[in-house]
Design a protein around this ligand. Structure first.
Ligand SMILES: *Cc1c(COP(=O)(O)O)cnc(C)c1O
Length: 424
């Protein structure tokens, strides 16, 4: 008789009787906060709750400013725009990330340069960054992916040496710390996402952090149609508009609502506790992996003084599982534990959601520029190996329960190991 759930055996976890922690998390405080905004009638436009959130988020991140924006995609786009990056410029991004990290570079009409990642952290490889730097390079966007940090010391060194801007993509990293500095306070700007699956969420939403006065002012205008919020009345009459060296700037509307800000303020209050729970469980689970062949924890750099886990990932080595493919391993594991087990992002040099060439009607650009944008020109062997052979990712909610949940995860992997013959 089969043991493994995927073969008709009994799953290790009965999720009906014993569900995983729910996400999104909310309680009565969120309800009260939402109703308060509703009844106030001030639903948007730099309202009091949004201002309160921006201030709280800046304090939390250890930056002078935080600015809420519509999502964690436009946040990157606005940072690039505010830094004056555009036509003719190159921006270095990791090949293993959500497509927004590179797509926003296209959106400001610059050229994304995809580089490979570190095999043990899946974050941008500083050696690959250095190799990719040219006279046209203007910025680097490290992504602190899943449960790891990009090597910010090495990246800042390169940035300083070559006069490059560093925008941290912190969509996965609310509250994590590198040498006691929070993610988003290390580069010139930090970009955050509050989309539904992230560590703090208002359904949608994003934020930018910076300690640079001039950059903050420009970002504030860029997210608000080129105006300064406190001057919006005058601005409608054509006065008091933000100017950049004497010029008006054209932009769009990337604001959030006070409903979102209210939910985010509540989420921010809970985040440190949630992060601590996840950190404790992750460290414990990783310690259990030492006893199971063929699964490795991600490398934890000692300079990461606090981690945050948007997805929780581990590395799979099929040789220890008699050659069982990682896809089948993930499916079998998912059936045992009753919650999704996924691959990493698809490398951006062959990702269906990152296709610069599908908009030929949008720009009139040279043949050379067209070739420059082609993601297939980048060689990303580590990204490919991670995606195709090694990645096993869980949503962060698996880390929000108990130590027993971690024992069960480890037991599920051991069960597949013990019964791997059923799958071959
Ligand atoms: C989620 C995410 C984004 C984009 O954020 P949205 O709020 O979904 O637009 C950007 N970068 C990374 C790494 C992400 O995971």
């Amino acid at each position: 008789m089969s043991q493994l759930a995927i073969k008709g055996g009994k799953p290790l976890r009965d999720v009906k009787a014993n569900p995983w922690p729910k996400w999104p998390y909310w309680d009565d405080n969120d309800k009260k906060a939402l109703i308060k905004v509703l009844e106030s009638g001030v639903w948007s436009y730099n309202g009091p709750v949004e201002q309160q959130f921006n201030q709280a988020y800046a304090e939390f991140t250890g930056t002078k400013y935080a600015l809420s924006v519509a999502n964690g995609t436009v946040s990157i786009q606005l940072a690039l725009e505010a830094l004056g990056i555009g036509l003719g410029d190159e921006v270095i991004v990791p090949g293993l990330t959500w497509q927004a990290t590179a797509a926003t570079v296209l959106d400001v009409n610059a050229v994304p340069i995809l580089v490979d990642v570190d095999e043990e952290t899946w974050c941008i490889d500083p050696v690959a960054v250095e190799r990719a730097i040219t006279s046209r390079t203007k910025a680097i966007i490290p992504v602190h992916l899943y449960g790891c940090f990009a090597d910010m010391d090495a990246i800042l060194d390169l940035a300083q040496k070559h006069n490059l801007k560093v925008i941290e993509d912190c969509a996965h990293k609310q509250g994590a710390q590198w040498k006691d500095k929070k993610a988003g306070s290390i580069g010139i700007a930090g970009s955050f996402s509050f989309q539904l699956s992230k560590l703090m969420t208002a359904g949608e939403g994003g934020a930018l952090t910076t300690s640079d006065d001039a950059l903050y002012e420009k970002l504030d205008a860029l997210r608000n149609c080129g105006r300064r919020p406190e001057q919006q009345i005058d601005a409608d009459k054509g006065a008091g508009i933000y100017t950049d060296e004497g010029n008006f700037i054209q932009s769009g509307n990337y604001r959030i609502t006070d409903f979102q800000a209210a939910i985010l303020l509540e989420a921010l209050k809970r985040l440190p506790q949630h992060n601590q729970t996840r950190e404790k469980n992750a460290v414990y689970f990783n310690s259990l992996l030492a006893d199971i062949p063929g699964v490795l924890p991600m490398r934890r750099d000692e300079r990461e003084t606090m981690e945050a886990y948007y997805n929780f990932s581990i590395r799979y080595k099929k040789d220890a599982f008699k050659g069982l493919s990682v896809e089948v391993f993930r499916q079998a594991l998912e059936k045992e534990i009753g919650t999704p087990v996924e691959s990493s992002y698809e490398p951006l040099n062959s990702c269906a959601l990152y296709t610069p060439h599908t908009k030929p009607w949008r720009y009139k650009i040279t043949e050379q520029h067209w070739r420059d944008l082609d993601p297939r020109r980048f060689d990303l062997p580590v990204c490919r190996k991670v995606f195709q052979e090694e990645s096993v990712c869980f949503h962060h909610t698996v880390l929000m329960g108990t130590k027993k949940d971690m024992d069960l995860l480890a037991e599920a992997i051991q069960k597949i190991y013990n019964n791997v013959d059923e799958l071959l």
